[in-house]
Design a protein around this ligand. Structure first.
Ligand code: SF4
Ligand code: SF4
Length: 222
């Protein structure tokens, strides 16, 4: 899932300065699960905007809507009737959701209400951790299902580095060393021999360095 955090209300208020009618839009998928941009968070954000606005004595009306996925046109279109009545949209979705609304509603400014953080998982109540950098060429088959790209601070493919101590990363002693986790996992699976092979330098041409990526499935194109 994509993990995000809400921006400070003061920052959002600054973005929508001058707008009289604002629509706060949530997304019912990843950001609902990470408690940043679901229906409840939309209600909280809208209420905070109204409250802070009262203090500043601005003439601001805040409407609310939550759609299933902001990053898909068919759901974004559900806002077609609401958007003409507003001067600005605050999107509580990931960056893809914000951009989908911006493309869908060309004449209305769309502002990000969240800071998109990473692809991760819920670790425990209220804690999410990064697990994938979307490198474009997954190596989890070689690393026991534990990602050295996202979870090793040095992104090394032949670890651990010399700084791994007591199973913790030298960069942050509160963080598990990804390569210790990989070692333990492969040992448990009886696959430690996997570590005897030197992994060659990664082909980063599949990652985002070459500009925006595109997946094209010829078999699915109509
Ligand atoms: S190897 Fe790449 S695709 Fe696989 S989990 Fe790690 S970052 Fe994501
Ligand atoms: S200590 Fe482990 S996780 Fe940290 S940088 Fe070294 S190999 Fe990576």
């Amino acid at each position: 899932m994509i993990v995000a955090e809400r921006k400070a209300i003061s920052d959002i208020l600054q973005m929508i300065e001058g707008a009289g009618r604002v629509l706060v839009v949530g997304c019912g998928t990843c950001v609902t699960v990470c408690l940043a941009g679901g229906e409840k968070e939309v209600a909280v954000c809208a209420s905070l905007l109204r409250l802070q606005n009262q203090g500043e004595d601005r003439d601001l009306t805040v409407a609310e809507a939550t759609i299933e996925r902001q990053c898909e046109w068919e759901f974004a279109r559900e806002l077609d009737e609401l958007v003409p009545d507003c001067d600005a949209i605050v999107s509580l979705a990931c960056g893809a959701g914000v951009q989908t609304l911006a493309a869908q509603f060309e004449d209305t400014p769309v502002f990000p209400g969240l800071n998109t953080q990473f692809i991760g998982i819920p670790e425990e109540q209220g804690v999410w951790t990064e697990h994938c950098l979307a490198c474009g060429e997954c190596v989890l088959d070689k690393t026991g299902g534990i990602c050295p790209i996202a979870r090793c601070a040095k992104t090394i493919l032949n670890g651990p580095c010399g700084g791994s101590q007591d199973g913790k990363c030298e960069i942050n002693p509160e963080t598990d060393c990804a390569w210790q986790l990989i070692f333990d996992r492969l040992k448990r699976l009886g696959r430690l021999h996997m570590l005897e092979e030197i992994e060659p330098p990664k082909n980063w041409s599949h990652s985002s360095d070459g500009g925006p990526r595109k997946v094209k499935r010829e078999d699915m194109i109509l």
